[in-house]
Design a binder for this molecule. Structure first.
Ligand SMILES: [Zn+2]
Length: 313
């Protein structure tokens, strides 16, 4: 009996040991499997993260931000009419032949200059960020009908931006050779042309009383604001005439950017920058005789300055 019991006990122990080994085996198996799964999960998270990292760095390299050490310099070109049709407007020194004008635009394009919108220009002049170092702002005074018939088709052809300064009473009176509100609205809607004030009646503001100036600046602003549903903040002084009253009134009425006429009232041709006063932005006069080479030389100074003053790419 005792021996039989002992044998029974022995085989029981064997079974228990076997069970124990089995249980340990199962535990080890489950543990290892879990570890493997964790590792897999970790890897896939890392994969996603690294993919995201790649996308982020790819995006940030696409959206490269250029910053200036000091302040941005922006060359502003002053144009008036563009035509070669003498019936359209009298030929004078402000008139640029259509072929000469297109050659200037081609030169800008071929040399990778970016023409800025008014919003981009204003951003450039007030912040250190910039889109590029090769920038130029095209401006056109007087609201000649050639802005629509000649210039606008070329802006569309080359995908370029321009800013046009309107003499609002000339438009209101349907004056010959001047844009209509419909043409102005169509150009604004294209996103290629922005509009500022060139006063209501194109008087030399420097020769007017403060009251007369106030009337000129207020009336043209309210007409442009109403017709174009915008907050007009650009004023181009007719014939470059202005005085301290003009600057005070313009500022009070909400104009932020004022444009001078090179050669008038002591204005020189140079690049525009914030430190010279945003209500007194200098411009370069564009003539029929300005060759593409002359134009590129005009822009070189600001390009060199902006390139040398870039601190982040
Ligand atoms: Zn003018």
């Amino acid at each position: 009996m005792k021996r039989k019991d002992r044998r029974k006990k022995k085989s029981m122990t064997k079974i228990l040991l076997l069970l124990l080994v089995l249980i340990i085996g199962v535990i080890v198996y489950v543990f290892l499997n879990q570890k493997q799964a964790d590792k897999k999960a970790e890897n896939s998270v890392a994969n996603i993260a690294s993919k995201e990292k790649n996308t982020v760095s790819k995006n940030s390299s696409e959206k490269k931000v250029l910053l200036s050490k000091d302040e941005n310099h922006l060359p502003i070109l002053m144009y008036h009419y563009v035509t070669s049709n003498s019936d359209e407007l009298p030929q004078d020194s402000n008139n640029i032949d259509i072929v000469a004008f297109e050659n200037q635009l081609k030169a800008l394009k071929e040399n990778n200059y970016k023409t800025v919108s008014a919003a981009e220009a204003q951003q450039l002049l007030t912040k250190k960020e910039k889109l590029d170092n090769k920038l130029v702002w095209l401006t056109f005074d007087d609201g000649s009908v050639t802005m629509y018939t000649r210039i606008f088709p070329l802006l569309k052809k080359y995908n370029m931006h321009a800013t046009s300064f309107i003499i609002t009473d000339y438009v209101n009176n349907g004056q010959g050779g001047i844009l209509t509100w419909d043409q102005i609205k169509e150009m604004k809607e294209s996103g290629l042309v922005d509009f500022g004030s060139h006063t209501a009646q194109h008087f030399d503001l420097g020769l007017q009383t403060a009251e007369q100036q106030q009337e000129e600046l207020l009336k043209s602003k309210s007409d442009l604001d109403k017709e174009l549903n915008q907050n007009t903040d650009m004023i181009c002084y007719p014939a470059g005439g202005y005085n301290q009253d003009t600057l005070n009134i313009a500022d009070k009425l909400g104009y932020k950017f004022g444009f001078l006429d090179p050669g008038r009232n002591g204005a020189i041709e140079s690049d525009a920058k914030e430190s010279d006063g945003l209500l007194m932005l200098p411009r370069y006069r564009m003539l029929d005789t300005t060759t593409p080479n002359d134009l590129l030389k005009m822009l070189e100074q600001s390009t060199v300055y902006n390139t040398e003053n870039t601190i982040e790419k």
